[in-house]
Each structure stands twice: as C-alpha cells, then as structure tokens.
Design a protein. Sequence first.
Length: 119
Amino acid sequence: VQLQASGGGSVQPGDSLRLSCKVSGIIFSIYTMGWYRQAPGKERELVATITTDGGVTNYAPSVKGRFTISRDNGKNTAYLQMDSLKSEDTAVYYCNLYNPYQSKPGDDWGPGTQVTVSS
C-alpha cells in the first residue's frame, strides 16, 4: 500500500489547514482510515478515524471539535480539515489504515506531512 499525505505547512495559531492522503495499492473503500501525528520527542498518536462509508468518525480528545476527518472513495483519498490550530498541533501528520478490531494501524507508513503552528 502507498500512502501519500500532503497539505502541511507553517501557519499561525488559529489558522486552518486541510491535509489530503492519496492511497493506492489497495481497495480503499473497504478500509477504515486514520490520521496520526508524531510531535518531536513524542510517540505517534492516533488523531482521528473514519469508517469505510464515512458514516462514523472518532477523534482524540485533544482535537475533537477542531478537526474533521472525511474521505472520498471515488478518489481513494482521505482528508483532515484542521481548524483553530494550536502550537501543540505541531507534528508530522500521517494517514494509514486503521484496524478497529485490533486498534492498530497498518504496517506501511508513508512519509507524512509537516504541520508547524507558531506565532
């Protein structure tokens, strides 16, 4: 599976960004997807998940109400809309499959996209 995240950048607190994740090599529509992030010196954490048809989404408490995960199965792409960004959102963001039965990501990781929030 190939996972290409894009859309990161350097923004100020309160700004918004929209991340995209183009997926290839799998039947995208049959997989729950997740967005993850890893801040400097910290472990990678799960930020949000979305079920195959987009009907159910879940968020980490730290981003709930500010981030929105979505997907377009026709384009094999997942999205993460990030609003009201805070400095603590600074991290490398990755997308991956999410196994809801084992609560774990897929084995393959793409390069991620850097998000920096600073005044």
